[in-house]
Design a protein around this ligand. Structure first.
Ligand code: CTP
Ligand code: CA
Length: 227
């Protein structure tokens, strides 16, 4: 009912969104992941669909319902997320990277469960290798979509987020401070572009993630109409 009255500010736009954590297997029964809830990405997908956009959501392992009207692709690892995103990224108008992609994965995957009473009976150590940076790869395409990054930082939010904006060549990045807000329904965001930065909600308070996502979609629609 609410969605019916929302202005369709993203009608005709195609949005690609990543959400959730990734899971990097060590052996058949265990792996490396993180506490990303996926809530912000799923709220972004819902808000974009409500605003009339055609939405593809590439989701890591989270048990959240798919928002109405959204095309969902489930993945597990960072490499799978990369492989799902890259071939279709240029066909979209906007790429929103909310996923907490694991920065590293085990350098080798054991086909069998690693046993405590193994050959060496020693505590195992794991070599890691770096995962591809999905957002940097999309932003580096010859004709990139409008790329929106997310940066969760524990301190110096503005400096860290702005350096990611520059390093990954993004027109816009959305920052938030944690870990107090991670996994919570409410959040306070900082929108950063090349020229300026401002809080969402605008008064510097906090709001639930769907409210924030709707505000971000209105912001995004304005940016798209002025390029
Ligand atoms: N990102 C991505 N692929 C990766 C790592 C990050 O697409 N392999 C995206 C995230 O979805 C997010 C943005 O890049 O939109 C910033 O992620 P973040 O983890 O904050 O940045 P990193 O460059 O990985 O830096 P660090 O973790 O060291 O802070
Ligand atoms: Ca990272």
């Amino acid at each position: 009912v609410v969605a019916f009255f929302q202005p369709k500010v993203l009608q005709g736009r195609k949005l690609l969104i990543t959400a959730g954590p990734t899971f990097e297997p060590i052996d058949p029964v265990r792996g490396i992941t993180n506490h990303s809830s996926g809530k912000m990405g799923f709220a972004m997908a819902r808000a974009a669909a409500e605003a009339g956009a055609e939405v593809t959501l590439v989701a890591g392992p989270v048990h959240l319902p798919t928002p109405r009207g959204v095309r969902r692709v489930n993945v597990t690892t960072a490499q799978q997320m990369f492989d799902a995103v890259l071939p279709q990224a240029a066909a979209h108008d906007v790429f929103v990277a909310t996923a907490a992609v694991a920065d590293w994965r085990p350098a080798s995957l054991s086909a069998q469960k690693i046993k405590k009473e193994g050959d060496k009976k020693a505590t195992p150590t794991f070599e890691l290798t770096e995962n591809p940076d999905i957002l940097a790869a999309v932003a580096g395409l010859p004709q990139p979509p409008f790329c929106v990054g997310f940066a969760a930082e524990s301190e110096n939010l503005l400096e860290h987020a702005r350096s990611k904006l520059v390093r990954k060549k993004l027109p816009m990045i959305v920052g938030n401070l944690g870990p107090a807000t991670f996994g919570k329904d409410d959040n306070a965001l900082l929108v950063i572009d090349a020229q300026r930065h401002y809080p969402l909600p605008a008064d510097g308070s906090s709001a639930d993630k769907l409210t924030l996502a709707r505000q971000l979609m209105a912001d995004l629609a304005q940016r798209l109409s002025s390029i």
